[in-house]
Ligand binder design. Structure first.
Ligand SMILES: *Cc1c(COP(=O)(O)O)cnc(C)c1O
Ligand SMILES: [Zn+2]
Length: 439
C-alpha cells in the first residue's frame, strides 16, 4: 500500500504545517508527527520502511513494527506527565503535543493487589491490572488513541475498524470526540450490549454476516479500494499496536519501577501480549527498571485456541480455526501475531493455555466474588487460565504474578446471567425474610 492511500497530497503547504523532506516520513507529514519513532521495521527480515500507512514488508510481507531512536527518558519525567497513557508519549509514535488533540485519554488504570484471589489460588503475591475502567471499558482505548494520532497525522478522512466488539466501541467513541467520521464493522452475531456501546457514538455501525475473520478480510479489501481511510488495525496497525505497550509500562511503574515475575495475558490476535513483552524490554534498555526474567503466559478459550494448540503440540505453525466460544472478544481464528506469542511464551519460560466456556464463566464469577471486579468473557478466560496454570503446575505460586483484566462484565451479561440471580424472591415482611434462610 502506498502512503498516498491515506495522505492527501499537500498542495497548499503553509508555515503552520511544515512538510518534511528528510526522507524519514511520507511526504505531506509534519515534522515530529510520530515523535521519537524512526521508521517502520519488518519483524521478519528487518527491512526498514518510512513512517506512513504501511503494514506489510515490501520485501517479505512480514508485519511492520515501529522502531525508535529513544532519547534519554527519566522516571521523573514520566511521573510528571498526565495520569493517562500520554505520560509515556516519548516511548510512543505520537507527537509531543499529543495531549492537545481531543482524545479519550485512556490508561493509568488501577493495579490492585488481589489478596483474596491469591489466597484462593495459593499465590503468594498476585495483582490484577484492571483495564475495565478505561473510557469505553476495555484496553482497546489505549491502542485506538495511538491509531487516532496516526490517522490524524496522515490526514485520514475516515476512522474505521473491523472488530470483535470492544475495538468498535473504542473507535466509535474516540472518533466522536475527535470529530472524525467513523465506520465500524462487526460480526452480526455480536452481543447486543457491545453493538449498543458502538451505536451510541456513531450511526455508521456495519453488522456483517460472518465471523471476525470474514469482517477483517472485508476491511482489508475496503482499505485497498478507498482513499483516505485509516483502519486502525489494518493499514495503521503498526501505530495502533504500540498502544498496548502502555499496559507494560504502567504495570512496571505501579509496582514501583520494577518488573513482575509472571504475567498472564489474553490472546486474540496476540498483539497485546507481544507489546507488553516489548514494553518490558524497552524499560530495561532505557535503564528505567532493573533487568530480570519475566515469564509471559497467554490465555485463550478452547473454542478459539489456535495459539494454545500450537504451543501444546510443540509446533511453530498456527493452524487457523473457526471460532466457537462465548469469549467473543478473543475469537480470532487466524491470529496475526500468534507465532510471536509462541516465541515469547516459550523463550520466557511461560506457556499458552486454554479453558472451556464453562471455565470462562467460572473465571468471571471467581474474580467478581474474590475481588469485586466484574470482568467480561475475555477476563474470565484470563482468570480461568491463571487458575488452570496453577493447578497444572505451569505457574510458580511463589513468584509475583500480574493478571490482566482487559474488559468489563456489563458488556457480556448473558455469559453469567443464568448462573446468578436472586437467592429468593420474598414478600416484604421480616418473617418472609427469615423464612427464606438467606443468612
Ligand atoms: C481485543 C481484546 C483482547 C486481545 O487483544 P489482542 O491484542 O488482539 O490479542 C483482549 N481482551 C479484550 C477485552 C479485547 O477486547
Ligand atoms: Zn520483511
Amino acid at each position: 500500500m502506498s502512503a498516498a492511500t491515506i495522505t492527501q497530497p499537500d498542495t497548499t503547504a503553509t508555515e503552520a504545517a511544515p512538510t518534511t523532506t528528510s526522507g524519514d516520513t511520507a511526504p505531506g507529514l509534519r515534522e515530529g508527527a510520530f515523535g521519537n519513532a524512526r521508521c517502520l521495521s519488518c519483524r521478519e527480515c528487518g527491512h526498514e520502511v518510512e513512517l506512513g500507512p504501511h503494514y506489510a514488508c515490501p520485501e517479505c510481507f512480514g508485519p511492520l513494527e515501529v522502531a525508535y531512536d529513544f532519547p534519554a527518558v527519566t522516571r521523573e519525567e514520566i511521573e510528571a506527565g498526565p495520569r493517562n497513557i500520554w505520560r509515556y508519549k516519548a516511548l510512543l509514535p505520537v507527537p509531543t503535543d499529543i495531549e492537545q488533540s481531543p482524545n479519550t485519554e485512556p490508561g493509568f488504570t488501577r493495579l490492585l493487589q488481589a489478596h483474596n484471589l491469591g489466597r484462593e489460588l495459593g499465590l503468594d503475591k498476585l495483582w490484577v491490572k484492571d483495564d475495565s475502567t478505561n473510557p469505553t471499558n476495555s484496553f482497546k482505548d489505549r491502542v485506538v488513541a495511538c491509531a487516532l494520532s496516526a490517522a490524524t497525522e496522515l490526514h485520514a478522512k475516515v476512522f474505521a475498524c473491523p472488530s470483535t466488539g470492544n475495538l468498535a466501541n473504542a473507535v466509535a467513541a474516540a472518533g466522536a470526540r475527535a470529530g472524525i467520521k467513523t465506520v465500524v464493522f462487526i460480526p452480526s452475531n455480536l452481543e447486543k450490549p457491545k453493538q449498543v456501546n458502538s451505536a451510541v457514538y456513531t450511526d455508521r455501525l456495519v453488522a456483517v454476516d460472518g465471523n471476525y475473520d470474514d469482517v477483517n478480510k472485508l476491511a482489508s479489501e475496503i482499505a485497498g479500494e478507498e482513499e483516505g481511510w485509516a483502519f486502525v488495525n489494518v493499514n495503521v496497525r503498526p501505530f495502533y499496536a504500540e498502544g498496548s505497550k502502555t499496559l507494560g509500562y504502567e504495570i512496571a511503574e505501579q509496582l514501583g519501577w520494577r518488573l513482575p515475575d509472571q504475567v498472564v495475558i489474553p490472546v486474540a490476535s496476540g498483539s497485546q501480549l507481544t507489546k507488553v513483552h516489548k514494553a518490558f524490554r524497552e524499560l530495561v534498555d532505557l535503564g528505567l527498571v532493573e533487568d530480570k526474567p519475566v515469564k509471559i503466559f497467554g490465555a485463550q478459550a478452547t473454542g478459539c485456541s489456535p495459539v494454545s494448540s500450537a504451543y501444546k503440540s510443540g509446533t511453530d505453525a498456527i493452524r487457523p480455526v473457526k471460532p466457537d466460544t462465548i469469549a467473543k472478544s478473543l475469537a480470532i481464528g487466524n491470529p496475526a501475531d500468534g507465532i510471536y506469542v509462541l516465541d515469547i511464551c516459550r523463550e520466557t519460560g511461560g506457556a499458552v493455555e486454554d479453558i472451556t466456556d464453562d471455565e470462562v464463566r467460572q473465571g468471571i464469577l471467581l474474580l467478581a466474588r474474590t475481588e469485586g471486579i466484574f470482568t467480561e468473557t475475555a477476563g474470565g478466560t484470563t482468570v480461568g487460565v491463571l487458575k488452570k496454570l496453577v493447578e497444572t503446575g505451569q505457574l510458580d505460586t511463589s513468584l509475583e504474578t500480574v493478571v490482566i483484566n482487559t474488559g468489563m462484565g456489563l458488556k457480556t451479561l448473558d455469559a453469567v446471567a443464568d448462573e446468578v440471580g436472586p437467592a429468593a424472591t420474598i414478600k416484604p415482611t421480616y418473617a418472609a425474610f427469615t423464612d427464606a434462610g438467606i443468612v
